[in-house]
Design a protein around this ligand. Structure first.
Ligand code: CO
Length: 285
């Protein structure tokens, strides 16, 4: 690869397909990060994928519940969900749009399917906050599909830029200075290649939604519904297999602080988790 002689290309370190899980009011999903197999990938605490056309798998939704200490990112590929929170925000999330919620010191929200039948498919990602921002005022960024940049390349590649910046300069909608995330939803025609420049020490993963990817210079295969954690490097290079391929590329700067989890709260210490439960119980959110 002479033209990239001085640039390190990332390799797949490990892969996981996650485990079946149930959350909210009986919503069936696959937990890909935050599972016994992959506890976290700093700063990513959790990645859930829900995909079903059976209403009984999702109709219960995620009724009112609290969060503190991190951010939740909801991104849909199919279907619609209505969200509402204690800061007075409300809206409907649609495919191609994103809701990026900074829970900070505390927020209570719900996410309910805005449909009685049909396919509901999407992701929820939890992004940690550094200690200095865990008790900040809650924040909220929501972008409709029309407000979320879609880059279309000459070779037919389509990139929905939720956060970060593509090599062609398309800038994502979401702003986050804590971990500088990149979150791309890439549709790659069969056999086509895609490259993304990333900070060398950022943590990064790929998740294949449809099709199959060849990753890195040696073309290690990553199959459908698999997540591949990438090693360090300045460049991510992939090629679609024999069919059209869709994948998520997500990266961010690791925080490197202790993580204490307690259900819907993620803090630095056990004591702070107990405080969160106490504050929630006494309506101090
Ligand atoms: Co939630």
């Amino acid at each position: 690869m002479p033209e990239h002689a001085n640039v390190t290309t990332r390799k797949i370190l490990t892969t996981t397909v996650g485990v079946p899980a149930t959350d909210g009011d009986g919503v069936r999903m696959t937990r890909i990060i935050g599972s016994p197999e992959l506890d976290m990938l700093d700063p990513f605490l959790l990645l859930d994928c829900f995909e079903s056309d059976r209403p009984q798998d999702y109709i219960g939704g995620f009724p009112s519940h609290p969060h503190r200490g991190f951010e939740t990112v909801t991104y849909l590929l199919a279907g619609r969900m209505r969200h509402k929170d204690s800061s007075g925000n409300e809206g409907v999330i649609e495919p191609g749009g994103v809701q990026w919620m900074t829970a900070g010191r505390g927020i209570v929200h719900s996410e309910m399917p805005e449909q009685d039948n049909g396919l509901l498919k999407g992701f929820q990602l939890w992004v940690n906050l550094p200690a200095q921002a865990k008790m900040a005022e809650p924040g909220y960024q929501e972008f409709s599909p029309a407000q979320t940049p879609l880059e279309i390349r000459e070779n037919g590649t389509e990139i929905r830029v939720i956060a970060g910046r593509t090599s062609s300069g398309t800038e994502g909608a979401v702003r986050n200075n804590f971990v500088r995330p990149t979150y791309l939803d890439v549709s790659l025609p069969a056999g086509r290649s895609f490259e993304q420049v990333v900070d060398v020490d950022d943590n990064a993963f790929l998740f294949v939604v449809d099709g199959e990817l060849e990753v890195g210079e040696k073309g290690a295969r990553l199959g459908q519904r698999s997540l591949g954690i990438l090693g360090a490097g300045e460049r991510i290079a992939v090629q679609a297999g024999s069919g059209d391929t869709r994948f998520l590329l997500v990266s961010a700067r690791p925080i490197g602080e202790p993580v204490a989890r307690g259900g819907p709260f993620v803090m630095n210490t056990r004591q702070e988790i107990l405080q969160a439960f106490d504050d929630y119980r006494h309506n101090r959110f």
